[in-house]
Design a protein around this ligand. Structure first.
Ligand code: XCC
Ligand code: SF4
Length: 652
């Protein structure tokens, strides 16, 4: 697709990344533009800003501001979901229903909301009120915190970092970093933890809960990924962004007989809906709607010339789309009252009349079908099986009557599975598309590490076929292969969108509750990786995972690398977010450029956690002689010998 772009003389994020070398002062977190006396760019050791701010203060302020923005984005998404739930509960949201009453009851009961003898709408109304209140709460503790392991909650309480209210922590992060406020790097970063926790154990967790309640808790479905999911003879509509309120209704509208007839009348076979980024993940894991790609494929999709409309809501939408689309017939349609792009068509989405708006958007796209010129759809797509919510993992491992995480814990304790890695987050055109994601995933699978994924990382792995059961037979180490064969699961579990990283927090909590892997998340042989991070949301995720006790490795450049000639240990901020946070939370945040080094440190961490738990050291030769391995050996034999092996017929 990049060659195609070059032939057409069109640029993409890849070519712009080449032309735009990053500012080395800003990239290292050494530029402060928080007041009109600056901006101050610190380039010499010991130098300060006009106000006297030191390099570590400036680095810390930059980092917490990024975390606050990321937490704000995720949490605002959660807020909108809570308002939608409230509207649905009160019969004011056209087209939506409460699809997962069981999850509604489980979640509500956890907070002491009465469920017995009550209609789903009544329970949903109370839960919506409780969740809406978390955003503006001034004192106390946000309620989802209670779902963390007790030991972990103790750590947070002792440090005084339990979020009081979601909005409050974000506002305080902004206040503290205004000129003349908090000027102690470690003190600033303490609040970064509190802000990030209000995302992970707050806004994002609320978003995940409500998406499941309204659209169904995911379970495995068959899907497809990559640009080859676009169709020559259909009206191609791509939903791109994050909030599933719109994308879910687009799914409904695209299957409406009236819309299908309208598309046929326009000469197409129907409407072919696909997704990009996390709103794509939401409908991929629930309805199996194909993913056209991840973040760095948004422009490539338009370059196919086969997309009638790209419908966007919030987050990760490149402004470049509009200019690029002007070379084709593609319409970029913005829908959120929060997001407009100059030159795009704006059709505002309103959850109260969602189905009507979704149909209107689709009619626009269908009307545009006759304007399509030459299409250039690359014939590449890959099957995948997404939809591994923690509820499903429980069921998958223990069955309906004995749903449990026991088999997973046992497999880790025996060493069949060496440990668990969550590989999440964005794409970044500063590296080859998907390269860091897939390099790291490949190697960890070989080392018997079970992988869970969300966001754009999941789609990167999907394109290589890692999200299929068959991948377990060829791509992974012997012990993990046995587990995948026995359970019938892929070695890489797609757990959803970026807000669904909270599902990973829940899984880790359940692993603790199940027993045998310590009493807190920080004891589990697990790591988190964001090999190609680029968004501020990723930094917030990283920080709340650290606060939850996880070793988090970010690939690519560090936004707080500081003075280039300084050894990392004399960089106050780098040392604090690594050793400092580890001493407090048992998790740490490190930026590592090189995939082999990421893998090495991840494995080293996993092995050290195994040793600390008194588990047997990982031994690749110990497992893998059972299950399908014998069959695979037999199948590799010449026909006559295969017969002999299978039926005992002697070979002459
Ligand atoms: Fe992808 Fe979630 Fe990153 Fe955006 S931020 S690029 S993972 S779509 Ni979550
Ligand atoms: Fe410069 Fe201080 Fe103003 Fe930042 S806050 S721009 S360091 S004077």
């Amino acid at each position: 697709m990049l060659a195609h772009a070059a032939a057409l003389g069109l640029g993409t994020a890849f070519s712009r990344a080449e032309e735009m070398s990053p500012c080395n002062i800003g990239a290292a977190g050494m530029c402060c533009k928080l007041c009109g006396m600056g901006p101050c760019r610190l380039t010499k050791d010991g130098q300060t800003g006009v106000c006297g701010a030191t390099i570590d203060t400036i680095q810390a302020r930059n980092l917490i501001r990024a975390i606050a923005a990321g937490a704000a984005a995720h949490s605002d998404h959660g807020r909108d979901m809570a308002f939608t739930l409230k509207a649905v509960a009160n019969g004011e949201a056209e087209g939506y229903v409460i699809r997962d009453v069981a999850k509604l009851r489980t979640v509500a009961a956890r907070y002491g909301i009465p469920i017995d003898g009550r209609a789903p709408a009544e329970i949903a109304n109370d839960l919506a009120d409780l969740y809406i209140a978390q955003f503006g709460q001034q004192r106390g503790e946000v309620v989802p915190i209670r779902r963390a392991p007790p030991k972990r909650q103790e750590v947070w309480k002792q440090r005084g970092v339990v979020p009081r209210g979601i909005d409050r922590e974000v506002v305080e992060a902004l206040h503290r970093t205004h000129i003349g406020d908090d000027q102690d790097a470690e003190h600033i970063l303490e609040h970064a933890i509190r802000t990030a926790l209000s995302d992970g154990w707050g806004g994002s967790m609320i978003a995940t809960d409500i998406s499941d309640i309204l659209f169904g808790t995911p379970a495995p479905v068959l899907g497809q990924a990559n640009l080859g999911v676009l169709k020559e003879d259909m009206v191609n509509v791509i939903v791109h962004g994050h909030e599933p309120t719109l994308s879910q209704m687009m799914v409904v509208a695209s299957q409406d007989p009236e819309i299908i007839a309208y598309a046929r009348a326009a000469g197409a076979q129907g409407v072919n809906l696909s997704g990009i980024c996390c709103t794509g993940n939401e409908i991929l894991m629930r309805q199996g709607i194909p993913a056209a790609g991840n973040f760095l494929q948004q422009e490539l999709a338009i370059l196919t010339g086969a997309v009638e409309a790209m419908v966007v809501d919030v987050q990760c939408i490149m402004q470049a789309l509009v200019e690029l689309a002007s070379n084709f017939h593609t319409k970029i349609i913005t829908t959120s009252p929060k997001v407009k792009i100059k030159g795009a068509t704006h059709i505002e989405f309103d959850e109260h009349r969602a189905l009507t708006v979704a149909k209107e958007i689709l009619r626009h796209a269908i009307d545009n079908y006759s304007n399509r010129g030459d299409a250039h759809i690359p014939p590449v797509r890959q099957d995948l099986v997404p939809g591994f919510s923690h509820e499903y993992i429980n069921y998958m491992l223990g069955g309906h009557y004995r749903a449990s995480f026991r088999p997973l814990n046992d497999a880790i304790m025996s060493g069949r599975i060496r440990g668990v890695a969550a590989i999440v987050g964005c794409n970044n055109p500063r590296s080859t598309h998907d390269y860091l994601h897939t390099q790291v995933a490949r190697e960890l699978l070989r080392q018997d590490v079970l992988i869970v994924q969300t966001g754009c990382g999941a789609i990167a792995a999907a394109k290589l076929g890692f999200l299929l059961g068959e991948a377990g037979l060829t791509e992974v180490g012997p012990g993990l292969r046995e587990v995948c064969e026995a359970v019938g699961m892929p070695p890489v579990l797609h757990m959803g969108s970026c807000v669904d990283n909270t599902r990973i927090l829940t899984v880790l909590t359940q692993m603790v509750e199940e027993g045998g892997l310590g009493e807190d998340v920080s004891q589990i042989p697990a790591v988190g990786l964001a090999p190609e991070w680029m968004s501020e949301k990723a930094l917030s995720i990283g920080a709340y995972c650290v606060a939850s006790g996880v070793y988090v490795i970010f690939g690519g450049a560090s936004p707080v690398s500081g003075m280039p000639d300084k050894v990392p240990d004399s960089n106050i901020v780098l040392r604090y977010i690594s050793q400092g946070w580890e001493a407090i939370y048992g998790g740490k945040l490190e930026f590592i450029n090189e995939p082999d080094e990421m893998v090495r440190r991840a494995l080293d961490h996993i092995d050290r956690k195994r040793a600390a738990l008194g588990l047997p050291a990982y031994d690749p030769a110990r497992f893998g002689r059972s299950g399908d391995s014998r069959i695979l050996e037999v199948e590799a034999l010449p026909v006559a010998e295969r017969r002999a092996a299978l039926y005992g017929v002697q070979v002459e």
